[in-house]
Ligand binder design. Structure first.
Ligand SMILES: Cc1cc2nc3c(=O)[nH]c(=O)nc-3n(C[C@H](O)[C@H](O)[C@H](O)COP(=O)(O)OP(=O)(O)OC[C@H]3O[C@@H](n4cnc5c(N)ncnc54)[C@H](O)[C@@H]3O)c2cc1C
Length: 432
């Protein structure tokens, strides 16, 4: 015979209707949280707005899901308060992540430290979560967007009332918010959980797009649109210069893109939002040491200049890049090198190593892979429980933690999901 409970709201509900743990959001963090809670014996519900779990997971890593990186390091993450993440990674590490999958028959492989499922299909990970959760007895309700979460008290303690857009209600002793950030709205993330977190006492650091192309109002860039080349890139914001990144740079009609640009985009996004002047300094010859470059410059300057500039500078940078650099000096590539003074030739060569692009914006959230900003980590405890609402936990991109490209963001989602899920389930069983 089911026990009856009277709710603070005056409504009578059966104990059997109350889940131990409800996870809101069935993405990477939410699925991992639900696994951890279910494995710990908690009766667990997962509510997902999309019609399936892990829709965004299916889009990750260009459809292959780069689910972690063998070189994960706290320095690869940005947190609003500069919090140290090492204690979290010690509780669910890269090795734990790999073991989680391989012990369940989902084999992985790595390319230069970037880890993917053996199938090279991101859907393997989303489907595996579905299979693992069903086997663990987790109740999965998809197509259900949560609109409000209200803590109440009954004779047994705290119980959360969870409302959905479709007008359904669910009850749980513990709630884990895992609705992601604002990046990738096309995958179901509308940032709606920020509002729920606010209603429960939290503040939200302004969410901004990260791992995103950078835009420039420099119309000359169009001269080099379509170029993809190996380059070094450094972000310069006023007096601050950030670490240099290197990789395949893409020049688009609207700005710059590619992995090295993504890697500096979180800081660029924040600096732009603060109204600072932002530049990307590009080195089109990242293989040259200073010594090699000095020699190369002297050699070029001592050569016969009775040729067009395009020929004089041949073999150093992509021809469209050269056109862009010449255009900045107001010179045509067809002009004879002998007709250009030496200072200008030196200046063109200097630009090859440090060409400054003024950054005036970033792509929007639909182009971003991740959100920088969100709920400050300082508003949670070591178990990721809310400092303001007992029994409420947070995980994943919703928190103000974002990593660079390369599997770091999914590792954070899995690490934080695991910790929140296990802690919520264990706190339940310890009766706190
Ligand atoms: C195109 C793309 C490629 C990427 N590639 C990689 C990669 O290869 N490696 C990597 O590490 N990272 C990658 N990322 C980043 C990574 O996917 C995210 O950091 C990670 O998925 C965040 O996990 P999460 O669970 O916190 O949020 P999400 O994965 O965004 O999941 C949140 C879930 O919550 C649901 N939800 C939201 N609000 C509600 C609500 N109110 N009610 C119910 N459900 C709700 C959403 O529908 C969604 O399913 C990529 C991102 C994108 C967009």
């Amino acid at each position: 015979m089911a026990k009856r409970k009277s709710m603070a709201g005056g409504e009578i509900i059966r104990e059997a209707q109350i889940y131990d743990v409800a996870v809101i959001g069935g993405g990477a963090a939410g699925c991992m949280a639900a696994c951890a809670a279910s494995f710990s014996g908690a009766r667990t519900l997962i509510l997902e707005a999309n019609d399936r779990l892990g829709r965004k997971i299916c889009a990750t890593g260009n459809g292959r899901c780069n689910l972690t990186n063998l070189h994960v390091d706290e320095k690869c993450y940005h947190t609003g308060g500069g919090e140290d993440l090492s204690a979290f990674f010690a509780r669910f590490s890269v090795e734990d992540n790999i073991r989680f999958w391989e012990s369940r028959g989902v084999y992985l492989h790595d390319r230069n430290g970037y880890v993917y499922p053996r199938t090279d299909q991101a859907s393997t990970i989303a489907d595996a979560f579905d299979k693992i959760l069903r086997a663990a007895g987790t109740e999965i309700i998809s197509g259900s967007r949560v609109t409000d979460v209200k803590p109440e008290e009954d004779s047994e303690g705290r119980v959360f009332r969870i409302g959905t857009k479709e007008g359904r209600r669910y009850f749980a002793r513990k709630v884990i918010l895992a609705g992601g950030g604002a990046a990738g709205p096309q995958y179901g993330c509308d940032g709606g959980l920020y509002g729920i977190a606010r209603s429960l006492g939290h503040t939200v650091k302004k969410p901004l797009p990260a791992l995103v192309p950078l835009l420039s109002d420099d119309t000359d860039l169009k001269a080099a649109a379509g170029v993809r080349c190996d380059a070094g890139i450094r972000l310069v914001c006023g007096e601050s210069t950030f670490r240099a990144e290197r990789g395949e740079l893409q020049i688009t009609g609207k700005g710059i893109s590619g992995i090295p640009v993504f890697q500096i985009s979180s800081e660029a996004s924040r600096a732009l939002d603060e109204g600072r002047r932002v530049f990307a300094e590009i080195d089109f010859l990242p293989d040259f040491t200073e010594e090699m470059w000095e020699k190369e410059k002297s050699r070029r300057l001592s050569e016969d200049r009775n040729c067009m500039l395009g020929t004089f500078f041949l073999g150093l940078v992509n021809r469209k890049v050269l056109d862009l650099l010449l255009r900045k000096q107001g010179i045509q590539a067809e002009k004879k090198a002998s007709k250009v003074d030496e200072d200008t030739l030196v200046s063109i060569m200097r630009d090859m190593r440090s060409f400054k692009v003024r950054v005036t914006g970033t792509g929007g959230f639909e182009q971003a892979q991740v959100t920088t900003g969100g709920i400050p980590l300082s508003q949670t405890d070591k178990d990721l429980m809310s400092a303001f609402c007992r029994g409420l936990y947070m995980s994943g991109e919703l928190l103000d933690v974002d990593g660079i490209c390369g599997g770091y963001n999914l590792q954070w989602a899995f690490t934080s999901g695991w910790i929140a899920g296990k802690s919520a389930a264990e706190e339940r069983s310890s009766g706190k």
